[in-house]
Write a protein that binds this ligand. Structure first.
Ligand SMILES: Nc1nc2c(ncn2[C@@H]2O[C@H](COP(=O)(O)OP(=O)(O)OP(=O)(O)O)[C@@H](O)[C@H]2O)c(=O)[nH]1
Ligand SMILES: [Mg+2]
Length: 283
């Protein structure tokens, strides 16, 4: 299975970024802390080679803190791009990310410094802009592709910050990456089958976070042996039933994904740096 969800405004944004990037001083690449690798758009890598770029692992309040630590260590060992983890609504943390960049770039204070915020959809780019501005300038929302046009805001200290629409790429492969992105909410729910996303998420939770599952779903007597069993148990307990008491898999899947995305099951990371090591070993 491959996912194709590349609406027209993403093509326009790619073209805009290609042109605008040469005039920018700093790039804040906003990643999702729960999926720092899957949420990194290869296009950003390509166009930002010559720019000072900070990888910002946002939504760290939703991610497994141990894994976020491991990811920051991983990026440090890569030495290509500095990385920092933040929660996008926390002013001190967002300012910390901007100040980190200010310390690294040679700045002519007479000229406005241009900071561009880029990344895939729904990683919190506009939230970060609003936090920096101290007021709601950009529209935000928990579905992908809220921002459709670039938006500039002037901050104090002679800084201009540019929010941009989230961009994906034409064909998302491999399958696991598409599932990770979908489970996080970066891909439109219309582009991929909900049951498939829930199956993927349920398998991941059983394998990596069984204790959190048992805490959240106190009706579970034992750790479910597979994804289907978990979804069925959730469906039965939450009343996601069709006529005759048959499990409504769509509704049960939606319940699981909704709670996972909202952080109700706990702080969960969808991938770890070890996954990369294992892939490297296999190749
Ligand atoms: N828990 C949590 N939620 C966040 C954080 N940052 C943003 N959000 C939420 O994530 C959702 C997406 O935020 P946006 O700022 O609209 O994301 P975006 O990257 O601008 O999305 P597009 O414009 O669609 O590309 C919103 O519901 C935000 O409230 C964070 O650090 N933690
Ligand atoms: Mg936005």
């Amino acid at each position: 299975m491959t996912i194709q969800w590349f609406p027209g405004h993403m093509v326009e944004t790619e073209n805009l970024l290609k042109k605008a990037i040469s005039k920018v001083d700093v790039v804040l690449e906003i990643l999702d802390a729960r999926l720092p690798r899957a949420s990194a758009n290869p296009f950003v890598n390509k166009i930002c080679k010559e720019k000072f770029r900070l990888k910002v692992l946002n939504k760290s309040d939703l991610a497994d803190p141990e894994q976020t630590k491991a990811w920051l260590h991983y990026f440090e060992t890569q030495k290509k791009t500095p990385a920092i983890s933040i929660c996008g609504s926390q002013k001190s943390q967002v300012n910390g990310a901007l100040n980190y960049c200010m310390d690294k770039v040679n700045r002519n204070r007479a000229r406005k410094l241009k900071v561009m915020v880029v990344g895939i959809p729904n990683t919190g780019k506009s939230t970060i802009l609003n936090t920096l501005a101290g007021k709601k300038i950009a529209k935000t929302g928990d579905v992908p592709a809220i921002t459709r046009h670039q938006q500039r805001t002037s901050l104090q200290n002679n800084i201009d910050i540019y929010d941009t629409p989230g961009i994906l790429w034409p064909v998302i492969e491999p399958e696991e990456r598409a599932y990770i992105l979908a489970a996080s909410g970066a891909i439109s729910d219309t582009a991929i089958d909900y049951n498939d996303i829930a199956f993927f998420a349920a398998s991941l939770l059983i394998k990596r976070y069984p204790e959190l599952l048992m805490q959240r779903y106190s009706f579970l007597k034992t750790i479910p042996e597979d994804a289907l069993t978990l979804i069925e148990e959730i469906g039965a307990a939450r009343g996601c039933l069709k006529k005759g008491g048959i499990i409504n898999y769509q509704k049960a899947s939606e319940a699981l994904i909704r709670e996972l995305r909202a952080g109700k099951i706990g702080r969960i990371s969808f991938e770890t740096p070890e996954d990369i090591d294992h892939e490297t070993e296999k190749n």
